[in-house]
Design a protein around this ligand. Structure first.
Ligand SMILES: Nc1nc2c(c(=O)[nH]1)N[C@H]1C(S)=C(S)[C@@H](COP(=O)(O)O)O[C@H]1N2
Ligand SMILES: [Mo]
Length: 335
């Protein structure tokens, strides 16, 4: 996003894996599986570099271990949230990722398999009635799970549309019972550089932090994703729980959360700390406000050559525009 010149949307399309090559790889893996070859880690690696992760995805998540939340999915779709476009191919959404903890390229899905999903504790702290720490399975059992089809617009000008499963962030806020003094919700990603080699890069302000106002956190659209495509959310997409705030640029939707802290201080988010002139706190999608280094007028649809016009609030104005009425003059809402 910042430290390299050529990034995501700037790459020539020829740099992406051609669909034909991908299909052939997939057939190869199916054939190998059908022949019940025992795939020692090295076996396929030599022949086909990303084969192990494909095998893992077919099994629903982790290498060598089943996700213990698998029995919860699929969950019922909430039809209030509709798309104006096709769903992104599952393979594209799970193999083209931003997750800097595992490296700054888009192909971290294999490295991300190192992330251990259990035990996974989620702490709720700060200005709340009852600070608590819950293990993820306990949290999942308390939350109302549903599926939502959401668009996702990265600040790098690519987008996808995916079926998240999870629960409204408001349900977690209600569980926490914030004090009236709480003005913001600060959220923090795990930190463990033994697992996530990107965190050895000391020039980044780890851990990854993001924040919302309390009104944003209580908005209907603010969602915690724990599943994707009717299964537990893959590690590369932010297992076991990540934020989905589709009216904001993708970097606001932090992955693999371990802490929800209610506070009266505006959180300084990861990208804001790195480059505040380009990545602000609000980061609401607006096609008319360019990033200092590129236009935000349109977006490349992940998995296609198509570009479509970007919409104000990523098309979610009916849900969120009221949150910001009257603030345009005092706040930099769209960066
Ligand atoms: N912890 C963490 N969360 C993160 C990121 C990251 O690097 N680390 N990248 C963000 C960015 S820039 C985007 S576009 C989305 C990408 O989510 P996806 O890989 O599931 O599409 O995750 C966001 N959440
Ligand atoms: Mo992004």
């Amino acid at each position: 996003m910042l430290l390299r010149i050529k990034k995501g949307w700037e790459l020539p399309e020829s740099a992406a894996t051609p669909e034909s090559l991908y299909l052939r790889r997939r057939d190869f893996i199916k054939t190998a599986a059908a022949g019940s070859l025992l795939l020692g880690a090295g076996g396929l690696l030599g022949a086909c570099d990303d084969a192990p992760s494909q095998t893992a995805m077919a099994e629903g998540g982790a290498v060598g271990e089943a996700d213990p939340s698998a029995h919860l999915y699929p969950v019922e779709r909430n039809l209030r949230y509709r798309l104006d476009r096709d769903l992104t191919d599952e393979r594209d959404a799970t193999t083209y990722n931003n997750f800097y903890e595992f490296g700054s390229s888009k192909t971290i899905h294999e490295k991300a398999q190192q992330l251990p999903l259990r035990p996974w504790n989620v702490a709720i702290s700060g200005m709340v009635e009852k600070p608590m720490t819950l293990d993820i399975d306990d949290l999942l059992s308390k939350m109302p799970l549903e599926e939502r089809l959401y668009r996702h617009r990265c600040v790098e000008a690519w987008s996808m549309a995916v079926p998240w499963s999870g629960f409204p962030l408001r349900a977690l806020v209600d569980l926490a019972q914030p004090l009236s003094s709480a003005k913001y919700l600060k959220m923090v990603t795990f930190q463990d550089s033994d697992v996530a080699p990107g965190q050895k890069a000391a020039w980044y302000p780890w851990p990854y932090v993001e924040g919302l106002t309390m009104a944003e956190a209580r908005n209907d659209l603010a969602f915690i994703a724990t599943g994707l495509y009717g299964k537990p959310i893959p590690k590369q997409n932010g297992a076991p729980l990540r934020l989905a705030v589709p009216w904001k640029y993708g970097f606001k939707s932090l992955k693999s959360i371990v802490l929800f802290e209610f506070t009266d201080k505006k959180p300084l988010s990861f990208w804001e700390e790195i480059q505040g002139s380009e990545y602000g706190f609000w980061a609401n999608v607006n096609p008319e406000v360019s990033h200092p280094r590129w236009s935000q007028a349109s977006e490349r649809v992940l998995g296609t050559d198509e570009r479509v016009p970007t919409l104000l609030y990523n098309g979610y104005g009916e849900f969120v525009a009221d949150l910001y009425s009257g603030m345009e003059k005092s706040e930099r809402l769209f960066m």
